[in-house]
Design a binder for this molecule. Sequence first.
Ligand code: GLA
Length: 430
Amino acid sequence: MFLPSLSFLLAIFGFGCCLDNGLMNRPPMGWLAWERFRCNIDCKKDPKNCISERLFMDMADRLAHDGWKELGYNYVNIDDCWMAKRRDASGRLVPDPERFPNGIKALADYIHYKGLKLGIYSDLGVYTCGGYPGTTLDKIEIDAKTFAEWEVDMLKLDGCYSSSAEKAQGYPNMTIALNATGRPIAYSCSWPAYEGGLPPKVNYTFLGDICNLWRNYDDIQDSWDSVLEIIDWFFGNQDNLQPFAGPGKWNDPDMLIVGDFSLSREESKSQMALWAILAAPLFMSNDLRTISKQAKEILQNEMLIKINQDPLGIQGRRILKEKFHIEVYLRPLSNSATALAFFSRRTDMPYHYTTSLKKLNYTGNSAYEAHDVYNKKTVHVLKLETNFTVTVNPSGIVMWYVSPIKDLDPPHKDFQAYYPKRGETDPYFL
Ligand code: GLA
């Protein structure tokens, strides 16, 4: 990837360097069409599931009326295959007239009326990955203007059918063009995914300046193997990725497939929990009209969402890989809390894993309260040295929200053993 320096950009373009929309201080949440509905354009045979304004209005209705919006799931995002095969006479993109008869502006109005936001898709290149008109370098400005006129709130800019050099020019140029519209439009860049996702080819410091989120790696598919491959890649490369995420700039491991066809209940809980550890954007790609109660419960888990949305925005890491295929993940949260996850890659039976906070590198003298995120009734009070055992199902996860107990005043006698010494700081969380 060609890495332009900020001064180079300033010299060439004579404007401020960075995306200035002020958006996405927390990982974005919502719904995205691609994984579940792909490029299904056959509205004659499959009117309910084809890429059309009807599909996006249906999903907006569900987000607004089934408790999603209140939890933060507020983007309704169009992906590929929404366009007509040609631009209009003035060079503007147009939606397919049969599938979007009222146009994108009307769809945006509907979605805004529901209290939601609309995302759209384009591709920096000659064609989109699905073969629709792409945003070539000369079309960046006009496309940004068109999206702003339609009152779109987010753009995913894919990277099929362009060279590395074109991407190096085009992605920052789109930042400029979006800024110039004056409309805050969140910007998702697929750039790193096309360049192998790792430094030195990818400059994450620069991406953090010009994009709100970015796809680092391959597309998710509806299979547990695909989820595992993504988990392996993101945590295997955490040293190169984790430091660059933060408020307004997120690594994107791709959509949540919870509620689709392939994942078991345990696998679904694992995807959701690890996406929360990763501070990942939570874009569901499923059918909200028919989603099961079980999947909905996982996706609407308030404690998990609170962890995902933590205001510090620190991405978590894998801290331990046991040789018996249990892994431990940790994400630092605000108020000196942490999210702690015990994940099983075993395929035999539930595993009883015994450890202590001390063994997991917690330091200081505090006592801690550990809330089980999925079994809300379970609360453990733990000193650093206290051994505890979690039972982790095959492909499953136990996720805790751990917070220091500081204000037991006066200490209840049952808690005396756990009571932290006053005045001691906890270097782990500094
Ligand atoms: C690429 C992207 C996907 C999706 C498709 C659409 O593969 O990575 O997320 O947008 O294109 O064609």
